[in-house]
Structure formats: structure tokens, C-alpha cells
Ligand binder design. Structure first.
Ligand SMILES: [Zn+2]
Length: 160
């Protein structure tokens, strides 16, 4: 069958940035299974996969707006180092969940000074144009349960 709304699609993928650096890949693991049309993967990739079938391979470039969005510099903040007082070794790259006005937000530490720490609430892939190499492995109809839950279930199924 072709990929359409309410298909469960398994893909192998490699995600690279503009410079060809691999950001993420399913290689060496299980293919990624998702429910098509459920907003479970980034919109740009979902659009490119529409109408494809098992065995199809595609190379797609997805601009940041259709990926993880543009960066919002207001989400970059300087906070007092003492707010992380309980953490001995604070280094750039560490991630924390914080409460924001819009609910829980994952922030990444980007700079650590003696008194100030810079945290960034943008998705690490925000503002990055994404280059996907995708192979469609399997396309099947979603079960009623999957449609109800709005996501795909794994091969051995009764999760969540
Ligand atoms: Zn479920």
C-alpha cells in the first residue's frame, strides 16, 4: 500500500546537517515506526513520504521552518550559577527540564561562567536545514488501537 493517512510506516533514515555531518540515524537499530498523518514526525518529512511505498528510497532537504522551526533568541537566557548549585560539574551540552510559562521546557546549557550560566530553550535542531536519506521498509494499515492512541505500536504491541 501507499503511504497515506493512518498508515503505520517503518523507515530507515539518516539525518545530516548542511555540511554532511550525521546528526541522527536508525542504522544499527530498529527502523523508526510512526503513524502517518498523526504529526508524530516533522511536517516536512511527513509531506515528502506521502504516496511512497515499501522499498522507495528518497533524499530530501527540509528547511528549518518545516523541521524543528527557527531559533527563538528569547529562549536563550543567562541565569545565576547558584541556581545549579547542587551540580558539581556543570558543562555545556547538559540538558535540564525547567518550568516555563508555557509548561515544561528542555533547556541546554551552552556556556558556563563562574557566576553566570547561559541556557538555551530552543530545540537543538532548531534553525538547521535537515537532509534526510530515507528508505521505506514497511507500510501497513494502523490498528484501531493505534488510530485511537494517535501513534504506532511496536511489533510486540500492547504498549501504552
Ligand atoms: Zn498506544
Amino acid at each position: 500500500m501507499q503511504i497515506e493517512k493512518d498508515a503505520v510506516v517503518s523507515i530507515d533514515y539518516t539525518l545530516k546537517d548542511e555540511d554532511g555531518r550525521v546528526i541522527d540515524s536508525s542504522e544499527g537499530g530498529e527502523p523508526l515506526a510512526y503513524l502517518h498523518g498523526g504529526g508524530n514526525i516533522i511536517p516536512g518529512l511527513e509531506k515528502e513520504l506521502e504516496g511512497k511505498a515499501a522499498g522507495d528510497e528518497l533524499q530530501v532537504a527540509i528547511p528549518a521552518e518545516e523541521g524543528y522551526g527557527q531559533r527563538n533568541e528569547q529562549l536563550v537566557q543567562e541565569v545565576a550559577r547558584e541556581q545549579f548549585g547542587q551540580i558539581d560539574e556543570l558543562v555545556p551540552g547538559m540538558q535540564f527540564q525547567v518550568q516555563s510559562e508555557a509548561g515544561p521546557l528542555v533547556v541546554t546549557v551552552t556556556d558556563v561562567g563562574e557566576e553566570k550560566v547561559v541556557i538555551d530553550g530552543n530545540h537543538p535542531l532548531a534553525g538547521i536545514d535537515l537532509h534526510f536519506g530515507v528508505t521505506v521498509r514497511e507500510v501497513r494499515e494502523a490498528t484501531d488501537e493505534e488510530k485511537e492512541h494517535g501513534h504506532a505500536h511496536g511489533p510486540d504491541s500492547h504498549q501504552e
